[in-house]
Design a protein around this ligand. Structure first.
Ligand code: ADP
Length: 668
């Protein structure tokens, strides 16, 4: 009983704790979150947006610094310098173009050739000059192409330098085209392109500008692949600056483009490469066009103080031409000023690919509007600022990815709050119900204990009165015959035994309560234990004139403590006697069934109501009897505990007014 009570009390404490904890959680959520949640979330979003903008700017700075720190001061010859700048540009996809200038502002790379060359015809030999003139005369005035070709061939033999050779080759190529000598023409132009591509005429124009349009004239399906390769070679040379750009380059590119579109080729990769080269060359042209004058001005003026230094001698030059998404990194500390054109768009998208939003609670979208179109009227969760000092005029705008998230958070928290409140309420109700039940139980137990004391007193008094009466009669010599005296003494003995059984029950119960009850199991013959118990009870059976039927399987043995089994069986028999008021018949059985041993005590007494059956094993519990039969309410409790200690169980079946059957079931 005690232990059961303790667990109930523990349960109550757990529930009360649950009430307190869920109450605290609810209060915490209630106070801290719900009321201020919207405000706090908005604040957090704005903080994160600002932080994201700062992180972006920092990343921008780092990327730009990385470009400048990749540059090595020591590299001196222009060719090497160009290579090193191109290498840096290749490593940073946002560099559109590196550039090298002369200190007079002219471009070294991209190489833009001034067309005014001072190459004079005096550099050619007299024989060469006269032959060439004759060749031109017969070619253009007389239209005698074959003779003209002979003159040009003799020029070739009179050539002393590259200039005269390439000039003669060019004329030979031209005449061959006119003569429809395709193969000859290709071989002359091939020579010009492969050996003399950087040679220029008196106007400073590379001969490839003549060669390529001529080649297109004689192109046919048999030779167009060969011509495509020559075009590719020329474009490569233009791109790297070996052949300078000039005002005719754009037209040349248009020609190439048109020709390549009109013809079909087997090699798509080559065509792609040619497209790429064209794009790059175009970009160089655009760059020179857009920034040439500005850079010239810059070099003339020197370095103004307001330009941003970004390390390693480089400065950020905000260009007035172009849009806000480009900047120039310029270093004028050398004889040859150098620099890079940076594409802001590519730089931004590169930075956006890095993990800028790490550790943020929310997701954001970063935009780069040209104009400041952030409407800052009323509540606005979008952060906008300028990308100063790198891209002034360029806005960075940060927008919350999911605008509904604040409402969702508030809703979610409200649900948690509501749910916790419900749990708290339920826990409170349950806790109160449990406490009330505990109290009711405590009261009930108190009453049962009070009843128990009066019952025990009564139970003790009855046998003691009998013992006293019979002992007194014997003492005063009122009993004369020997047989009567024997009868009196046997009554005294039985009453003492009854007392003993009752006291044993109380002692056993007390031990059970304290957890001291110990059992020493020995292999025993159950029939002999039952017979001994019946023998002890014989006096009462006879006194009450009971018809006792005994059906025992005498061979059943089990691991039991005989005294305890006797006590349990004694209690059952004593109850059968007590609660059989009319039909006095008791059947005692011992048998085996499916690995179990059954000890049954069946009576035809007053029986028990069905709803009472589960309660009769509870401590101190007694059914309110119509006939007032005395008892303590401990007998069946002790039986139950003893049988459970033997790993057995006890069953009862009963019908009010018909009798009861108690079955002790032991494992074999
Ligand atoms: P008690 O000392 O009152 O007999 P028990 O624990 O032995 O205490 O029994 C509990 C209650 O069970 C009894 O008060 C009685 O109402 C009921 N009971 C026990 N055995 C019988 C039985 N053989 N026939 C009818 N009722 C019984």
């Amino acid at each position: 009983m005690n232990s059961k009570f303790k667990s109930v009390t523990r349960l109550s404490i757990v529930f009360i704790l649950a009430v307190v904890i869920s109450g605290s959680i609810l209060t915490y959520f209630g106070i801290n979150n719900i009321s201020n949640l919207k405000e706090l979330t908005e604040k957090r979003i704005l903080e994160e947006e600002k932080e994201l903008s700062t992180r972006f700017l920092l990343a921008l700075q780092l990327e730009i610094e990385e470009v400048t720190f990749d540059f090595n001061y020591e590299i001196k010859p222009t060719e090497l310098l160009k290579d090193s700048l191109l290498k840096i540009a290749n490593n940073h996809d946002f560099i559109m173009l590196p550039f090298i200038l002369k200190n007079n502002g002219q471009f070294l790379y991209p190489n833009f050739g001034d067309m005014i060359r001072t190459l004079s015809e005096t550099s050619f030999s007299n024989r060469y000059r006269s032959s060439f003139r004759k060749g031109e005369k017969t070619e253009f005035a007389k239209n005698d192409l074959k003779t003209a070709k002979k003159y040009y061939l003799s020029c070739l033999s009179y050539s002393v330098g590259c200039n005269d050779s390439v000039k003669a080759l060019n004329a030979l190529g031209r005449v061959s085209v006119k003569l429809n000598e395709d193969e000859n023409a290709i071989s002359y132009y091939n020579l010009i392109i492969s050996d003399y591509c950087s040679e220029t005429n008196v106007s400073g124009l590379s001969y490839i500008y003549y060669a390529i349009p001529q080649l297109f004239k004689i192109a046919n399906p048999n030779n167009c692949e060969q011509i495509l390769s020559l075009v590719e070679f020329c474009l490569e040379k233009i791109e790297v600056g070996t052949i300078p750009l000039n005002s005719g380059t754009e037209e040349l590119l248009i020609n190439i483009n048109r020709w390549s579109e009109e013809n079909t080729f087997n090699n798509p990769e080559k065509l792609l490469h040619i497209n790429l080269l064209e794009n790059n060359i175009n970009q160089q042209l655009i760059f020179i066009n857009e920034y040439g004058n500005e850079l010239l001005e810059l070099i003339k003026k020197g370095s103004p103080d307001n330009q941003l230094n970004v390390g390693n001698g480089f400065r950020v030059v905000h260009t007035f031409s172009g849009n806000n998404q480009k900047l120039l990194l310029v270093n004028t500390n050398f004889n040859n000023p150098i620099g890079f054109l940076i594409d802001g768009k590519k730089l931004f998208s590169r930075i956006l690919k890095t993990n800028l939003q790490l550790g943020f609670d929310f997701d954001y979208i970063v935009k780069f509007p040209i104009e400041n179109n952030s409407n800052s009227k009323g509540l606005n969760l979008n952060y906008a600022s300028q990308l100063n000092p790198y891209f002034p005029g360029q806005m960075i705008q940060i927008i919350l990815k999911d605008v509904n998230i604040i409402n969702e958070i508030v809703k979610r928290r409200s649900w948690i709050y509501g749910f916790s409140a419900l749990v708290l309420l339920l826990a409170m109700f349950l806790g109160v119900a449990l406490i009330l039940r505990d109290i009711a139980r405590e009261k009930h137990l108190e009453r049962l204990k009070a009843d128990f004391i009066s019952n025990v007193t009564h139970e003790l008094k009855t046998p003691l009165t009998s013992i006293y009466m019979f002992a007194e009669s014997l003492l005063l010599g009122r009993v004369k015959s020997g047989a009567d005296r024997k009868e009196y003494l046997s009554v005294i003995l039985r009453e003492i035994e009854r007392l003993k059984r009752m006291i044993n029950n109380i002692l056993e119960f007390s031990k059970i309560e304290k957890g001291n009850s110990q059992f020493r199991l020995v292999n025993s013959n159950l029939a002999s234990i039952i017979v001994a118990t019946i023998h002890d009870m014989n006096y009462w059976f006879e006194k009450e004139q009971f018809n006792v039927v005994i059906e025992l399987d005498e061979n059943i043995e089990a691991e039991v403590e005989p005294e305890k089994i006797k006590q349990a069986l004694g209690n059952l028999l004593s109850n059968a006697i007590k609660y059989s008021t009319h039909t006095k018949k008791i059947i005692i059985r011992l048998f085996k069934k499916e690995k179990h041993i059954y000890i049954e005590v069946e009576d035809h007494g007053i029986g028990i109501e069905e709803d009472q059956l589960s309660k009769i094993f509870e401590e101190y519990y007694r059914v309110d009897q119509v006939e007032s039969i005395s008892g303590t309410g401990l007998g069946l409790t002790v039986v139950n505990e003893i049988i459970e200690a033997h790993n057995g169980s006890i069953l009862v079946s009963s019908k009010k007014g018909e009798g009861s059957k108690f079955s002790i079931i032991l494992n074999q």
